[in-house]
Design a protein around this ligand. Sequence first.
Ligand code: PAF
Length: 290
Amino acid sequence: MAPNAPLPKIVRTVKDLRRHITIFRKAGETVALVPTMGALHDGHLKLVETAKKKAQRAVVSIFVNPTQFAPGEDLARYPRDEAGDRAKLAVVCTDLIWAPSPDEMYGENFATRIEVEGAAKVLEGEFRPHHFGGVATVCCKLFSQVTPDIAIFGEKDYQQLCVIQQMVRDLNLPLKIHGMATVREKDGLALSSRNAYLSEEERARAPVLNATIRKVAEMVASGSRQHAAINTATKALEKAGFGPIDYIAVADAETLGPWRHGTGRPGRVLAAAKLGTTRLIDNVPIPTTT
Ligand code: PAF
């Protein structure tokens, strides 16, 4: 941590970005990318701290990507605070901020979109069918713009991490993807830029989501029937005022297909539910039983 570090440089055009990356590369330096949509919290800063450990240069992209929001979702009200983000990124010694405009990212007549299947089709993919195509397309562009050796993603968006890993594998993209554990408030609520939408009263109830899926993870780890665990969880969330509950799912941690107790496969419990007008998502690993 460097509380009085200089503000990191912001670049806004691909040309300028490439000029900086070339300087890093000519000096023989490795580059890590942390893709973000801004409104940074401590979870993002942890990703940058890891980026600094894994490579000599840490580049953070800040881009609220319109193509991953459907009409009627929160694109317009998504929190934006570039000056605040820049100050926070100074403290964790970010080397460069890549903050293109939508026009710079998606030039006139932009007409290419990555189609993702497999892990992208279930859970979030069923409720937000447009979403992962937009995420994959922008991440593929970010990877080809920044040309990082490694990109760091949080497990908060666990399915997103699986989809990006799948895309990098499938397209032989020349970088490593590193996933990092979710950073949580003391009461268990996963840090998220969207927590800013919660009223005080909703904020007090929000940790029930994490507590509930942890309980599901414990139950299925000890051999309880999955649908009984999910029913109990659904009731607990409804009682706490969540609804609609899009899904509470027990899934294989790599494929996001079905998970079965006793197979030795890693598992994950994932959920998405609304609290008031805010849609919260969370996930936890299923403890391994030996
Ligand atoms: O997780 C996010 O903030 C976004 O989905 C990402 C990866 C920056 C792509 O826009």
